[in-house]
Ligand binder design. Structure first.
Ligand code: AMP
Length: 147
């Protein structure tokens, strides 16, 4: 029996996400697991605390388009069958939990910077995903890259 049946890889579209690809492919291969990708777009209005006095639809659409194209790139780099490439909108950790539940994933893989000091106190996405997940969460250490 394989250890994991459906792995969900959460990608933030940064160059750092490429560091997760090799490990996830190997894990999926070893477990003969299904593999899905998710990226969460936080609505721009979240960043501005609610009402924004302008129409953000065009920008939001561009973000969506960019995310879909990056998902294709990751998918090719994985060189492994990808079941679902999901681009969803909302709060990152909440959406990753929701998708993992909906897709019956038994492992979520996220990158982790291993921050310390103030950044650690403020929390990270990896930490947020770990708390409240109904399945295993693997935090893969990534090295910060200059944007
Ligand atoms: P952070 O703590 O925000 O630097 O993110 C660490 C990891 O969380 C990334 O490597 C991704 O695995 C995941 N992550 C962060 N933001 C997102 C996002 N918007 N959508 C999906 N996964 C994300």
């Amino acid at each position: 029996m394989s250890l994991y049946k459906h792995i969900l890889l959460a990608v933030d579209l940064s160059e750092e996400s490429n560091q997760l690809i090799g490990k996830v492919r190997q894990m999926a291969e070893n477990c003969q697991a299904e593999l899905s990708l998710v990226h969460v777009i936080e609505p721009l209005s979240f960043a501005y605390g609610g009402d924004v006095p302008m129409d953000l639809t065009a920008i939001q659409d561009q973000l969506d388009e960019h995310a879909h194209s990056k998902m294709e790139t990751y998918s090719k780099a994985l060189n492994y069958p990808v079941k679902e490439k999901l681009v969803v909108s909302g709060h990152t950790e909440t959406e990753i939990h929701r998708i993992a539940d909906e897709q019956n994933c038994d492992l979520v893989v996220v990158g982790s910077h291993g921050r310390h000091g103030l950044a650690l106190l403020l929390g990270s996405t990896a930490n947020g995903v770990l708390h409240g997940a109904h399945c295993d969460v693997l935090a893969v250490r990534v090295k910060e890259q200059a944007e």
